[in-house]
Ligand binder design. Sequence first.
Ligand code: MN
Length: 236
Amino acid sequence: LIYILFIKQKTMKTQDLSNLVKQAACLLLISHKVNQKDENNNFKLLPTLYPEDALEPYISKKTVEFHYGKHLAGYIQTTNNLKADTEYKDLSIEEIMLQADGKLFNNAAQVYNHYFQFEALHAPKKDNAPEGKIKKNIEGTFGNLDTFKQKFAEAATTLFGSGYVWLLASADGKLELVQTKNAENPLTAGKTPVLNLDVWEHAYYLDVQNLRAKYVENFWNIVDWEKVNKRLECIK
Ligand code: MN
């Protein structure tokens, strides 16, 4: 079952919020780097975790240059502009994402969502496939890897407009696929993502134009499943 996750209004108890912030920071493995600010108290764009051409031929250097170097950089810049002189100015990306609404939420969530995807990619590997716990959980939930990939592709290709597909995990080992619109992130609904795919056109148009399905097919060659397993460790 694939459904669109509609995010409810963010009215959380302080304790719930604090736990959610910790969970969000654990799941974004490079959170500590993402949240290092410059001398003006601004978030800065981290260098890419691999050379810009490392994902070729599945994601081109040009796409990384624009998607990471321009789009993500833009979301960081706008987050910095919007948070300046507000109650959010000293907060982390996770805290902003989980508390802000409107434009500030959109931009902070996009910072989180993009780092979340880019950190879980690596250079193409032959027969790249899940191993360990995530393999077990995929087989337990979907039966086998091919069915999982098919459901994931279905979620990606049927999402109308801009958004993300997310693989959610829970403590009992069950996984779930959801679609979100625009910048929305499942953490704001208390769900735990371990993998995401950006299906905004800017993510794939330079490489495969309108062929979103091809973009998803390419994705399987470069998913860093070890990172997904590391994220599973955040779920107690
Ligand atoms: Mn994007």
